[in-house]
Design a protein around this ligand. Structure first.
Ligand SMILES: Cc1cc2nc3c(=O)[nH]c(=O)nc-3n(C[C@H](O)[C@H](O)[C@H](O)COP(=O)(O)O)c2cc1C
Length: 167
């Protein structure tokens, strides 16, 4: 699969097979996150990969969307927003790395879904994330057990203008 196909074929997957993600496949996904660009290359980011069933269950109780219980792994993206020099870019850095992982997952046949609707304070407490860090979002990972239709996207002319915000 080409990288473009991995991007264009990706859908948010909210239902997963009861099948572990092999360690080498998971590590390829994490490597795609590690290689992401970062402002001044400071990388003020950290990801908690949750694949322990007990912790996953507790983590999922903090998430508003219930399907996550079925996901065999969840990546919790954290940003050191108070970091020297590039703290203001920490969320962007974490987001880029997470989307790299989402696309890598797609290329490897692994479904994913971004999750914003969680209780950040509970997640921080449970995973021992430092108080002054931000939990940017979660990404679920798992072999898909659904094939959602493509979601309607805004037309290209509504999203992109050439040379000026307004034509
Ligand atoms: C920052 C962000 C937060 C999201 N949070 C949730 C969420 O909490 N629960 C959920 O079911 N989907 C969540 N989504 C997935 C979106 O609903 C999904 O990307 C959108 O409907 C478009 O569908 P697609 O990803 O299949 O193209 C989130 C996506 C993003 C980018």
């Amino acid at each position: 699969m080409s990288i473009l196909e991995a991007i264009l074929d990706r859908r948010s997957i909210r239902s997963y097979q009861k099948k572990e993600i092999p360690k080498e496949v998971l590590m390829q996904i994490l490597e795609a996150g590690r290689q992401a660009p970062s402002a001044v290359n400071r990388q003020p980011i950290r990801f908690v990969v949750v694949n322990d069933q007990n912790i996953l269950k507790d983590l999922c109780d903090t998430i508003i969307t219930r399907f996550v219980k079925e996901a065999p792994a969840v990546i919790v993206g954290c940003a050191d927003v108070k970091s020297l020099m590039t703290g203001k870019w920490a969320i962007v850095d974490a987001t880029i790395a997470m989307e790299n992982m989402v696309i890598a997952a797609s290329a490897l046949g692994i479904g994913s879904c971004w999750i914003g609707a969680c209780n950040e304070e509970k997640v921080k407490e449970m995973l021992k994330v430092p108080k002054d860090w931000k939990v940017v979002a979660l990404v679920t990972l798992g072999y898909p057990s659904e094939q959602p239709k493509p979601k309607k996207k805004k037309p290209i002319e509504e999203l992109f203008n050439f040379n000026s915000f307004q034509n």
